[in-house]
Design a protein around this ligand. Structure first.
Ligand code: BGC
Length: 721
């Protein structure tokens, strides 16, 4: 805390302090809403004191520099204190220029790229008046039914942590004019909702929580994230926003986080619905005791904190501490000196969607795409006479992804646009079938087949509607709809040269597609430049290098399925996976292995891994070992490769995962080029939450793996002595 903010605090009444802890929507302050006397819309239910509404500390949801200026001016004009508000927004995968959904960016295995993308989003957002983004979302995910897996970086705690750090660094930079404060979310374990149904119960052991779910939030905190958002769900029976163990004991006391904690939207009121608090007043008390500073879109603090202070249940010092955190953030962001901060209508227009931003978004879409299958037909040759783009996702901008902030479908390059830009008039389009998950209309297939028959190659754009993932969008069926398979089968009957461009916000259970389609390029939801990237990749102007960070199951019945699981006492051997072996941990009707494992993705070139080396066979706690491998590009294309490094702790006081990602490096090699990639092993890397829940390493044997994906085999062992 600074002297300046301390002084400001001292000049505030208790009511003014309490209103700093309130967050409502920005539109409340738009003059046309004429809200000085009446509060309407979602905010009306909050029953805020109309005298104090212009003393509210922060607001959410805002798009556009002009809107921010209007809201800001109206607020400042009517405010008594004239304490500048902070404008917050969900800038999730880009602001106006959208890059691929976060699950896609993670597939790039490129920390630098993730950082550059966040910095680009921060620049566009800050020029529009946004000071804080509600990102990164770092919830570990294992259930593809959950719509919000698209916002996550996947199933691995280490990779999630690396992406969290890179993203926080990108958004926050040195907190200059073009940066925004980041808010890591949703603390904690929101990604473990039972049955993949949003907001559902989360229940797990403290060990699993610490081992798998917490590390990525911790990485964001260690990277200096300014804010943390609590999750909607319960953990161990207590809603996160009022969960003292999570917020006070772990986040604040153990990790030393002294930034701002905010609730998720309406979560204070939901404590009552959960049955964890009696009423709004009780929610206010529980959340304050847990250590939550801001309530988003409720008025429990606003209406009841004063009473709680009068009754001696909450001390004014507790409130002061929360207010100071908020004032400090305002000071850090510079709004105490310039309440407009970085907003700039003209510059915003120049910067948003500028050629450099579009180029970076295209690069990101190219590096996020994952080649799931290729029977040798890709890349297509540009020197053809006719190309057919077919499918419900072929001519739409609605592939930029859910949580699109200021991005617009009409500014997004569709696959058809991208193909035309690359190949000109050779390209024609037919929709083939509708996109809805329950669509049955097959009447457009004939026309699509006519086009396919007279074309040299077909780009078949299948997948899911972008609104089928994101918050509240969960699915119980994650294969393609039958009508899309019918379209594929009938197109294949007239033209074998078919590559499927797959658009999805989640891993899909597409065994049938894998069986039928000659090639599958998973584009995820690729953002503003998705269509250009898709054309470049399919026609060899760019080479796929993405690798999935969330397992694709063969069938939904295998879920949750993830690579870093424990072994059972009766594991089924990998070589037996396709057989039925009674009394092993297995299924009668499905192998155990997934369709595509964590870390998997193909290229147009081949990479050969040779000369695996481990520098020793024993290591002390103070020492290090190095593990290395030679990677050679033995194919015809210059390409990138994500080299992955895993360790297995063979025996512990608690069982350890069958392998754990401990490092990765993305390299680029020309044809014939070779490079040695080296990873350093240190003792902290080997620590885990042991039987008595202390975080330490245990002596014994460790196996070492380096390879293309999570199915790689151990090549050496060492002892920790
Ligand atoms: C979501 C958050 C988001 C917030 C504000 C909530 O419904 O869970 O992720 O930041 O809304 O838009």
């Amino acid at each position: 805390m600074s002297e300046r903010t301390q002084k400001i605090l001292e000049g505030m009444t208790l009511e003014e302090k309490i209103y700093q802890l309130e967050q409502i929507t920005t539109s409340t302050y738009l003059p046309e809403c004429n809200r000085i006397d009446i509060v309407t819309g979602p905010d009306s239910a909050l029953k805020l004191d109309k005298e104090l509404i212009f003393e509210v500390g922060t607001s959410l949801n805002l798009v556009g520099a002009e809107t921010m200026i209007q809201a800001h001016d109206y607020y400042m004009e009517h405010s008594k204190q004239k304490m500048p508000p902070l404008f917050m927004q969900d800038v999730i995968h880009g602001h106006r220029t959208l890059y691929p959904i976060n699950l896609g960016v993670a597939a790039s295995f490129d920390r630098g790229l993730a950082k550059d993308l966040a910095a680009m989003a921060a620049k566009e957002a800050s020029l529009d008046g946004v000071s804080v983004t509600f990102a990164p979302m770092v919830d570990l995910v294992r259930d593809p039914r959950w719509g919000r897996v698209m916002e996550s970086s996947g199933e691995d705690p280490y990779l999630n942590g690396e992406m969290a750090r890179a993203t926080v660094e990108g958004y926050q930079g040195d907190m200059g004019k073009y940066n925004v404060a980041a808010c890591v979310k949703h603390f904690a374990a929101y990604g473990a909702a039972e049955a993949g149904r949003d907001y559902n119960t989360v229940d797990m052991s403290e060990r699993t929580l610490r081992e798998y779910y917490l590390p990525a939030y911790k990485s964001a905190v260690d990277a200096g994230v300014k804010m943390v958002m609590t999750a909607f769900n319960i953990v161990d029976g207590v809603p996160c926003v009022g969960n003292k163990h999570l917020v006070k004991e772990i986040l604040r006391d153990e990790w030393g986080f002294d930034g701002v904690v905010i609730s998720d939207y309406g979560a204070f009121d939901e404590m009552v619905i959960h049955g964890a608090s009696e009423d709004q007043k009780d929610s206010a008390r529980l959340a304050m005791e847990a250590g939550c500073d801001i309530e988003m879109m409720t008025s429990c603090y606003a209406r009841y904190l004063k009473e709680l202070v009068a009754e001696g249940k909450i001390s004014e010092e507790q409130i002061d501490r929360s207010v100071l955190r908020i004032l400090d953030l305002k000071e850090t962001l510079g709004v105490l000196d310039n309440s407009y901060r970085s907003v700039n209508v003209e510059e915003s227009k120049r910067v948003q969607l500028c050629p450099e931003h579009r180029a970076l978004a295209r690069k990101a879409a190219e590096e996020s795409a994952v080649l799931l299958k290729n029977d040798g037909i890709l890349p297509f040759c540009k020197d053809v006479n006719r190309v057919a783009v077919i499918g419900p996702l072929g001519a739409t901008g609605k592939i930029h992804g859910s949580w699109h902030c200021g991005g617009r479908a009409e500014e997004t390059v569709s696959v058809l646009d991208g193909m035309k830009a690359l190949l000109g008039d050779k390209v024609s389009y037919a929709p083939g079938c509708p996109i809805e998950y329950d669509a049955e209309d097959t009447s457009m297939i004939d026309e699509a087949c006519r086009l396919a028959a007279e074309s040299d190659c077909v780009v078949l754009c299948l997948g899911e509607h972008q609104d089928y993932s994101g918050e509240g969008n969960c699915m119980t069926y994650i294969d393609l709809p039958e009508v899309q398979y019918q379209l594929l089968d009938r197109v294949l009957a007239v033209n074998k040269n078919v590559a499927v461009a797959l658009f999805t916000g989640r891993p899909l259970a597409i065994s049938r597609l894998d069986h039928t389609a000659p090639a599958i390029l998973n584009m995820w939801m690729p953002g503003t430049e998705g269509g250009s990237a898709c054309a470049n990749l399919l026609f060899g102007e760019a080479v796929p290098s993405g690798k999935i960070t969330m397992t694709f199951p063969r069938t939904l019945g295998q879920c949750p399925i993830y690579y870093n699981h424990y072994t059972t006492g009766r594991p089924k051997l990998e070589e037996d996976d396709l057989k039925r072996v009674l009394y092993t941990s297995s299924y009668i009707d499905s192998p155990n292995s997934p369709l595509y494992p964590f870390g998997y993705g193909l290229s147009y070139t081949d990479f050969e891994y040779t000369d695996h080396q481990l520098s020793g066979t024993a290591m002390t706690a103070e020492g290090t070992l190095t593990a290395s491998v030679k990677v050679k590009n033995t194919g015809k294309y210059r390409a990138k490769e994500a080299v992955q490094f895993y360790i297995r702790d063979v025996k512990g006081s608690c069982v350890r995962p069958v392998k754990e990602l401990k490092g990765f490096e993305k390299i680029e090699l020309a044809p014939g080029e070779e490079k040695t990639v080296t990873f350093t092993i240190t003792e902290p890397m080997l620590r885990y939450w042991t039987q008595n829940l202390t975080h330490r390493s245990e002596k014994g044997t460790f196996q070492v793996f380096i390879g293309k994906d999570s199915t790689c085999k151990p090549f050496a062992e060492f002892e920790l002595v």
